[in-house]
Design a protein. Structure first.
Length: 232
């Protein structure tokens, strides 16, 4: 095996091990708060007395939150049809999303499943999904494991209610709890409202790719914005 390949595999294993350790510590803390413990041999968190044993996935996710009558919660498999409808609006009418063809709910669910429990997705539920925020891989190499790329989409008739802010805050806070060091967002230019939105969250511009995408008969620049979640 070439030395550079061996180094890459070693880095990937170290990255996965670090993420697993953070995960175990977080699960153990939550189990302890509920009066239980984390069994490292069984890779399972348990609760004492009247509470049922739960697996690590259920303890790893945040609890739903309600804001102005809208529930902010983790995505479920039932949400992807509504998520596709929201996404397809932006595909058809804007250059915010660079896809040309509409996506099926199953396509988006496959993207979510690929991230497993590593990357959180949240939805705004107002008698149905009216927006979502997602995190995913920024770059595939193991050394990039602690930077996530994020995105946010709100249904047209649900804009102006503060849902984007609530979703972004939940997503970014959760990524920080999971040990990520920074998040990256791409903004198709021009888009002054989105720039102002990211500035309010503490993002900084880290560069613009000229003519990054072609859609609706025009070339579009994309500016990338970064928020650091940890600096030491």
């Amino acid at each position: 095996m070439r030395a550079d390949r061996a180094f890459e595999l070693s880095a990937r294993r170290r990255g996965r091990g670090r993420f697993a350790a953070i995960r175990r510590n977080r699960i153990a803390a939550r189990a302890s708060a509920c009066g239980g413990h984390y069994d490292d041999n069984k890779q399972r968190a348990t609760r004492h007395v009247t509470l049922e044993t739960q697996d690590e996935t259920s303890l790893f996710r945040t609890q739903p939150r309600v804001q102005s009558g809208v529930m902010i919660r983790a995505v479920t498999e039932k949400d992807f049809s509504a998520i596709a409808t929201i996404t397809n609006h932006y595909i058809a009418t804007t250059a915010i999303h660079f896809a040309y063809e509409p996506l099926a709910g199953a396509d988006i669910q496959a993207m979510w499943s690929k991230g497993g429990d590593r990357f959180p997705w949240f939805v705004a539920d107002q008698n149905g999904v009216v927006g979502y925020a997602k995190a995913g891989t920024w770059r595939d190499r193991a050394g990039y494991n602690w930077t996530a790329e994020i995105g946010l989409y709100i249904a047209p008739d649900a804009r102006g209610q503060g849902l984007g802010k609530a979703l972004y805050k939940e997503l970014i806070d959760e990524l920080g709890r999971r040990g990520f060091r920074s998040v990256i967002a791409g903004i198709t230019l021009p888009n002054d409202p989105s720039i102002a939105f990211h500035l309010a969250f503490g993002f900084e511009s880290v560069g613009t790719v000229r003519d990054a995408g072609f859609k609706h008969g025009s070339w579009h620049d994309v500016e990338f914005w970064q928020k650091r979640l940890a600096s030491s």
